[in-house]
Write a new protein. Structure first.
Length: 246
């Protein structure tokens, strides 16, 4: 009867040792990955929630990236239009100067040469303002007409004002769109941070807790091994006594 009970006890200790070994393996994996939920058998319900949270914050990250790309594209376009506006301002200034009756034909010709150069600069900005290889600026009707027909330095500065107003209106529309996108990005970044925090609280491992579990598991494992060894020594001594008694 004593031997039977000892055998039962040995099987129990062996089973506990296996369980502790499995638990230690999971703890080591958690410490290595920094994740509390490494497999769904650790926390089935929590694993499902963590998966949904991860999908949510990864989706938000992609949306934020898309919005930021759109912002960069619009800002590049607005910068190009800003350069065009500067050229138009200079053209208008030259037209005003050309109205000075004290200027001779040579001075007016010099002004016209600069105007022509400014128009070429604008054409270059229209063609070269690009994002990811795609041209961004599509001239409005007034700007397109100016590029096609050129500008007479002795012409009415009010005509240049019309072109400048068209470009300014486009810049204003882009600015409003950028502001709206930046507000949306800020909202999504806040949602992203909150979602990541919820995910981390659920799925990430608390290092202190993980180390504590590791130490406790190793202690229990050592105790089980010691108990099993003591049991083996007891059974061996018991068997020797029985042999001596024969």
């Amino acid at each position: 009867m004593v031997t039977f009970n000892r055998n039962i006890l040995g099987l129990g200790i062996t089973r506990q040792l296996d369980q502790q070994s499995n638990r230690l393996s999971k703890v080591f994996e958690q410490l290595a990955t920094g994740k509390r939920i490494t497999t769904f058998d650790v926390d089935a319900a929590g694993g499902g929630i963590a998966t949904r949270l991860e999908a949510a914050f990864r989706g938000l990250s992609a949306q934020i990236s898309n919005d930021q790309t759109q912002i960069n594209r619009l800002q590049t376009e607005e910068a190009g239009l800003g350069g065009i506006a500067e050229e138009l301002q200079r053209i208008r200034e030259l037209q005003v100067q050309a109205q000075n009756a004290a200027l001779g034909p040579e001075e007016v010709d010099a002004l016209q040469m600069e105007v022509n150069q400014r128009v070429q600069n604008i054409q270059g900005m229209v063609e070269n303002t690009q994002f990811a290889g795609n041209a961004l600026i599509e001239p409005g009707s007034q700007l397109a007409a100016m590029l096609e027909n050129g500008v007479d330095v002795t012409g009415d500065p009010a005509d240049t004002d019309v072109v400048l107003e068209e470009v300014t209106a486009e810049r204003s529309e882009i600015g409003a769109e950028v502001n709206a996108l930046e507000s949306r990005v800020a909202e999504r970044q806040s949602a992203f941070e909150n979602t990541v925090a919820s995910y981390s609280q659920l799925a990430d491992l608390d290092l202190a807790t993980g180390v504590t579990e590791q130490i406790n598991g190793q202690v229990l494992q050592l105790m089980s091994v010691k108990s099993l060894r003591n049991l083996f020594v007891f059974n061996r001594q018991n068997a020797l006594r029985l042999l001596d008694a024969v």
